[in-house]
Design a protein around this ligand. Structure first.
Ligand code: ATP
Ligand code: MG
Length: 273
């Protein structure tokens, strides 16, 4: 019962990959974390530390080798998880229009046509793409495609959102626009969001807490609180002392892993790992 107030609970989560060698590779080791309902959690850490592996586990696409993940108090081993996933590579179906892409998860669930249309109208409006419903992905810019991917993830009213470096391939201006839109969605839709990024500023700017991971095996080094209330605006966050300080602190935590790292004071505010 105690777990009820938590959206997601990780207890001693381990994930091994058996690559056919003598021993299985321990990718994630004893992860423990409680994520609140409506919380925005960012995950940062060096390449290969197991961030995407962790998202797969949260989505229920794979199960922990040992340990337990509870979503709304239910083990991901026993129930299917209803989450929305947004990845870096604009994973839209090229042969479907924008509207058909957004409606796709609903069509899988046999949602009636009128209801699908109502939902796709609503979600496309949220990401300012209502004028492009009949376009194909190839006719859209990278930022527009990523907006559609977010609309599609929200269309099935998921229990929570998982985002794996969703803005990594975008130019800085588009990226900032989408960051602001996501902040707005996080506030208004009150969704629990787990967001993986290599950009330390992005993590601090968007999230309520930032989980900093280390590699080999992947563990949480520290869960850092971001001491800035919502609502937030990206443009004003850049110069906010609390965000600058948090960004620097997280960058130092990450660079501690790297033997040739420059001392903390030289790490830029927008450090990208
Ligand atoms: N299907 C798999 N089989 C075997 N090993 C895997 C598999 N998927 C991932 N791995 C290994 O698990 C480790 C973590 O991979 P993962 O993709 O989760 O890292 P990541 O933190 O998301 O990295 P990046 O920041 O580069 O995206 C890597 O060493 C990778 O080689
Ligand atoms: Mg990854």
């Amino acid at each position: 019962m105690e777990e009820k107030k938590w959206k997601i609970v990780l207890s001693n989560v381990c994930r091994d990959y058996d690559d056919g060698g003598e021993e299985a590779v321990n990718v994630l080791n004893r992860l423990n974390l409680h994520i609140r309902e409506g919380e925005f959690l960012a995950i940062v850490g060096p390449s290969g530390c197991g961030k995407s592996t962790l998202l797969d586990l949260l989505a229920g696409l794979s199960v922990p080798t040992s340990g337990e993940i509870l979503v709304d108090g239910q083990s991901t081993r026993e129930t299917s998880v209803r989450c929305g996933m947004v990845q870096q590579g604009y994973a839209l179906f090229p042969w479907l229009t924008v509207r058909e892409n957004v409606e796709f998860p609903l069509s899988l669930r046999d949602v009636p046509v009128e209801e699908r249309r109502r939902v796709s109208d609503r979600e496309l409006r949220k990401v300012f793409m209502e004028g492009y419903a009949d376009h194909y992905p190839s006719e859209l810019s990278g930022g527009m495609r990523q907006r559609v991917a977010i609309a599609r993830a929200l269309a099935s009213d998921p229990s929570f959102l998982l985002m794996d470096e969703p803005f990594a391939a975008l130019d800085p201006e588009t990226r900032e626009t989408l960051q602001d839109e996501l902040l707005h969605i996080a506030n208004t839709a009150d969704k629990t969001i787990v967001f993986v990024t290599h950009d330390v500023f992005e993590a601090a700017a968007l999230a309520d807490r930032v989980a900093v991971m280390t590699a080999n095996p992947g563990t949480f080094r520290e869960i850092v609180d971001v001491p800035v209330p919502r609502p937030r605006k990206i443009a004003t966050l850049r110069t906010l002392p609390e965000i600058r300080e948090t960004t620097r602190y997280i960058a130092r935590l990450i660079h501690r892993d790297q033997p040739d790292a420059t001392p903390g004071e030289n790490i830029s505010d927008a450090a990208v790992i």
